[in-house]
Design a protein around this ligand. Structure first.
Ligand code: ATP
Ligand code: MG
Length: 490
């Protein structure tokens, strides 16, 4: 290669725009590095690329100076639509520039994100139904605890059932917040400890039982500003990578700590200015095969993977993107045959105490606020409807039930008015918010207490903004129910 050719080649390589040069008879004689990046394929030594490798069926002789829409197709089957500009630079030589198109890495990235999203939605759907079953079980337990003597042969069994149901309920809440249904894309204060605890519980199912997955999490909350679902994705990707790296004697440890050592933060952030004094450090450690220098250098590159067909190579690229989005940094330490430690640093926000939701159930018989008003319960799920009905009647109320929105509207219109309506959100045909609109049309003073598994649901917020009296999250205890009902009737 002459000096002049090298300079020209370097100049074309320095351009961000993917381009290649085509000669009649010879095909593609040069492609710049941006094109290889765009196609997501490795660049051969001589930068020469057979046109059929990415643009099958094209006839070089038909080129005119023009802009065209076309499609690149790789042997792997990946295809992407492109807009090209073709310029004649010689009688039989053309330069082809890619003006627009979705690169392979973008396409893969979208696929990865989409796959995670689908899994999240699926898990969320299952968790939602499961939550309703639990609401029934927990409700009946609190009811039984109230009507049975405080001490007896039944006490231990009842407590065991209650513990089990509460554990299942915490797990369900975790799955709900993993799925995009709860929380959505909202940036909020997230307690990393609690998130990691829940993630570990879920991930145990994805890891062979002979491996150990340890959690080392402080009781005190360590809060950061982030989108909960995205942070969960970080933990999942790191733990799954650790799982893939460990052997029969493997262990994985997930830990969270607060860090304010300048030295450590400098190692993670380099010269970047720090936005906080203290950082949350989420660490995933394994004693797997580790990584050598060559692998370490590339791990954050999109679609770099040593797992052949088993990995997309996007896990860590996604992790880095998420961590940077929330003002954080990542530190990787690894030794071949010893193991790997990956630490994620995120700026801490206030460490406001977060109460675990289900610790509220009082152990002894509580004094519950009672009443005698008429209440209409609308829920399509039998266990929820049933426990609401039994509990409310126990508290002295007169209760009527409806299994659907349609039945509820008919009952409401036919009756001599109810003092309160307990309204489920997610129902087939008429959803809770539609029922609310209909009831309001008929009776603008209608009092509604919304029941839902998702506190952040837009429909819930819209009802509360337009006159709904209150909200109660499933699963609920009889204490929560009685208090909320009273305050709505006040
Ligand atoms: N804990 C680890 N121990 C050893 N090697 C690791 C570890 N984490 C990541 N790697 C290396 O980094 C590479 C890139 O990881 P990344 O998560 O981006 O992709 P992947 O795991 O190969 O694919 P995917 O995440 O799509 O399943 C891995 O293929 C592996 O070689
Ligand atoms: Mg991975």
């Amino acid at each position: 290669m002459t000096e002049q050719t090298r300079v020209l080649r370097d100049a074309l390589d320095s351009l961000r725009e993917p381009l290649f040069i085509v000669e009649d008879n010879k095909g593609c004689v040069f492609a710049n590095s941006a094109l290889f990046q765009f196609l997501g394929i490795k660049r051969p030594e001589d930068s020469v690329l057979d046109l059929s490798e990415f643009w099958p069926g094209v006839t070089v002789g038909s080129f005119r100076g023009e802009e065209i829409a076309s499609e690149f197709k790789l042997k792997s089957g990946d295809a992407f639509a492109v807009k090209l500009s073709i310029q004649t630079i010689h009688e039989h030589t053309w330069i082809v520039r890619v003006l627009a198109g979705v690169s392979r890495s973008d396409a893969l990235h979208n696929f990865h994100a989409h796959r995670l999203e689908t899994l999240g939605m699926l898990a969320g759907g299952v968790a939602h139904d499961f939550n309703n079953v639990l609401a029934g079980i927990l409700g009946h337990i609190t009811y039984l605890k109230m009507i049975l003597p405080a001490r007896g042969t039944h006490t231990e069994s009842l407590s065991a059932i209650e513990d089990g149901a509460k554990k299942a309920s915490t797990l369900t809440q975790q799955i709900l917040s993993f799925s995009k249904l709860e929380g959505g894309e909202k940036v909020e204060e997230v307690n990393v400890c609690e998130l990691a605890r829940g993630a570990c519980k879920l991930l145990r199912g994805a890891i062979s039982p002979e491996y150990s997955l340890e959690c080392n999490l402080p009781q005190a909350p360590v809060c950061v500003l982030a989108v909960e679902g995205k942070l969960a994705q970080v933990i999942v990707n790191l733990v799954i990578n650790a799982r893939d790296a460990i052997g029969p004697e493997g262990f994985i440890r997930v830990s969270v700590a607060t860090v304010d050592s300048e030295k450590e933060l400098e190692a993670a952030f380099g010269t970047k200015e720090l936005s906080s004094k203290s950082y949350a450090r989420l660490t995933v450690t394994d004693n797997g095969h580790g990584m050598d220098e060559a692998v370490l250098e590339k791990i954050f590159e999109p679609y770099f993977s040593t797992k052949k067909d088993k990995g997309t190579g996007l896990g860590l690229a996604v992790v880095r993107e998420i961590v940077q989005l929330f003002g954080g940094a990542i530190l990787v330490e690894s030794k071949v045959n010893v193991g790997t430690t990956i630490s994620v640093y995120l700026p801490i926000v206030s460490a406001a105490a977060q109460q675990p939701r289900l610790s509220k159930g009082a152990p002894s018989k509580p004094e519950l606020p009672r009443g005698s008003e008429r209440i209409l319960v609308i829920d399509d799920e039998y266990p929820v409807r049933n426990v609401l009905c039994v509990s409310l009647e126990h508290l002295g109320y007169e209760v009527d039930v409806a299994e659907s929105g349609k039945e509820a509207i008919e009952k409401y219109q036919a009756s001599q008015r109810y003092d309160l309506v307990l309204l489920d959100m997610i129902m087939p045909q008429l959803s809770g918010d539609q029922v609310f609109v209909e009831l309001k049309k008929f009776d603008p003073t209608v009092r509604v207490l919304v029941i839902s598994g998702f506190s952040s649901e837009t429909a819930v917020r819209s009802i509360l903004n337009s006159g709904g009296r209150g909200f109660i999250q499933k699963p609920f205890t009889i204490e929560e129910l009685s208090k909320n009902v009273r305050s709505c009737l006040a």
